[in-house]
Ligand binder design. Sequence first.
Ligand code: NM2
Ligand code: OGA
Ligand code: ZN
Ligand code: ZN
Length: 374
Amino acid sequence: MSIDTLVDAAPDSHGHRLRLRWSSGRRDLVPAIWLRDNCHCPACQDAGSGQRLIDITQVPPHTTIEQCRLDASGITLRFAPERHQTRFDSAWLQRLVAGETPLPTGDRWDAGLDPALRTDTYPALKQDSKRLKRWLGWVRDSGFACLTQVPAEDGALLELVALFGYVRETNYGRFFDVKAVADPINLAYTGLGLPVHTDNPYRDPVPGLQILHCLHSDTEGGDSVLCDGFAVADWLRTEHPDAFELLTRTPVPFRFRDANSDLRHRAPLIELDAEDRLSTVRYNNRSVDTAAMAMDDLGRFYDAYRLFAAALQDARWQIQFKMGSGDLFMVDNRRVLHGRTAYQGAGTRHLQGGYADLDGLHSRLRILEQSGQP
Ligand code: NM2
Ligand code: OGA
Ligand code: ZN
Ligand code: ZN
């Protein structure tokens, strides 16, 4: 943020708003009620935790600014009708009016991305917080990152998760084995190829992070595939805006069922946030429920669904690599889809997987970034 000094501050004629003028030429009109609600005097904000002590219902609705004094480091204000006095530093005010810095929207990638550029070693991450910061930054900005030299031991991925957050336990366990078994409850536990997909779209909320760790693999096939769902959604938005729009507003029923679980969630394949930015891509051909969808637009929905699915599976968007013992990848499961090619015949393949929350990763990353290390 630029260094801007406050050159003028005065209430408007009714005192409903404060006019700010900055040395850069920037002007702000700040509502009195907002300033009052954000008062950080010790009566309004707890000095230790920084949490707000007052509630909006305690603030008079017709709050105005009856006095404003500007000095070298900030402003002193008095609010009517409470006659409540407060002080705001210019630097603090500048942050307040600039608003929350949104999470970066991240980069976008396609088949041209070499996964080696998003790969580090596990010992490096454990020893060096700068390397951990870089690795977590890859997950935030590119939606995935890879590791080598993760000990091929039962539950090793839990130790990795502890470096940045908390495990999200599910019906599959705190972590789970991914290998071909007799009578599988999930097609992941076979040698079938899995087209790129979102894990657990039948869960609300969908797990933010998915980790897969290879303990052993000497089969033919079983290569890992990743695809940037946001890159594909961006393409759809530009090239086929009607299809894109339909996918953002058609709820799709997802379901997983076994002897102990009946998980269901209805949500669109492409979800936008309140500012129309991509927030979640959900795609998992195995888990779309047969429950009836609204029939009106179903034909058009299927055209859009097919278009999006084909793009997600187009080699142009996919990176492919083979994991060996000790290799691991972690994906932002709301953005990056993962899959595997089929395997069969001689050899065995044993992966372990698990989930974690994305907000914990973002929090850890901010703390690492604030620690001031380059
Ligand atoms: N497993 C590996 O979301 C899915 O159903 C994909 C998940 C069974 C935990 C597989
Ligand atoms: C899964 C999965 C991929 C693999 O278990 O959810 O996608 O490589 N597995 O086995
Ligand atoms: Zn106050
Ligand atoms: Zn999966």
